[in-house]
Write a new protein. Structure first.
Length: 276
């Protein structure tokens, strides 16, 4: 299951990602290796992140991506070419475009894979992951999926968000695994993190780096409120099914993303049922 969306919304989206996104070194410690799986739901492709202290010998990889051998080899090469090895691989969540290649990548690297719900080495909110001087703090951000995590990189004032916040457009609350109430709570948590200056940049799971994290999180908060009100109005006007709501609320959105929009609508309808 892929996860991003391309919904129009007001206020205008922060202009983080104008033009094509190709990845590369974006902070002193973070390099994006872009997977060649572009599409309407993955934007430019999946961002696989290599986190490495300058001149250090151990790296952390976030989201190896789909089972694409050439991408996994390129991802490994981006580490070994710098004289380092992969110490840990971490998943922001379990969707295939982020996690399908994890087992193969573990074979290539010999490094453990960590995530939510994958056994004795599970990650939880507040955990601190380290590798050769690199420090990464786990921030629980459920909502897109139940197992969604973000990761704060304090030394670079950056936050890796997976599909919680994208570099372009808005994300899907992937009902029934995802839940809108949890997603809204996670957005408030990100608003706190970005509002006090601890986080200034977002390193997303799809799309370009967001240099103004605070503005993007606020855009997401406003967008979610607007969409929820649009769904509420569609129901009040007589829409009785998910499809009927999609046809009214997402009429301006390309039809190839309507199936994903339907997931978000289902999550919104469930939220309205439980939060009248």
């Amino acid at each position: 299951m892929t996860s991003s969306g391309t919904e129009p919304s007001q206020p205008p989206e922060p202009s983080a990602g104008l033009g094509e996104w190709h990845g590369g070194q974006v902070t002193p410690r973070a390099r994006c290796v872009l997977c060649p799986n572009p599409g309407p739901m993955t934007l430019d492709g999946t961002n696989s992140w290599v986190l490495l202290e300058p001149e250090a010998a151990e790296a952390i990889v976030i989201d190896p991506g789909p089972l694409d051998e050439s991408h996994l080899q390129a991802l490994l090469g981006s580490v070994t070419q710098r004289g380092a090895r992969v110490a840990q691989t971490i998943l922001t969540h379990g969707h295939a475009d982020h996690a399908e290649g994890a087992e193969r990548f573990a074979e290539l690297t010999g490094a453990p894979t960590r995530a939510v719900g994958r056994g004795h080495d599970d990650l939880t909110d507040g955990d601190v992951v380290t590798a050769a001087g690199l420090e990464l703090r786990v921030v629980g951000t459920p909502g897109h999926t139940k197992d969604s995590l973000s990761f704060a990189l304090p030394a670079d004032h950056a936050l890796l968000t997976g599909d919680m916040v994208l570099g372009r457009g808005t994300t899907v609350v992937a009902h029934p695994d995802g839940e809108l109430a949890a997603y809204l709570e996670s957005l408030e948590r990100l608003a706190d993190l970005t509002g006090d200056g601890d986080v200034t940049a977002i390193l997303p799971g799809h799309g370009p780096v967001v240099p103004d994290a605070r503005a993007m999180v606020e855009f997401y908060r406003v967008h979610r409120r607007e969409r929820l009100e649009q769904v509420r109005q569609a129901v009040a006007d007589g829409a009785e099914s998910v499809q009927q709501v999609v046809e009214r609320v997402y009429a301006a959105v390309p039809r190839d993303v309507w199936p994903a929009a339907a997931q978000s609508v289902a999550a919104q309808l469930e939220y309205l049922r439980t939060h009248p």
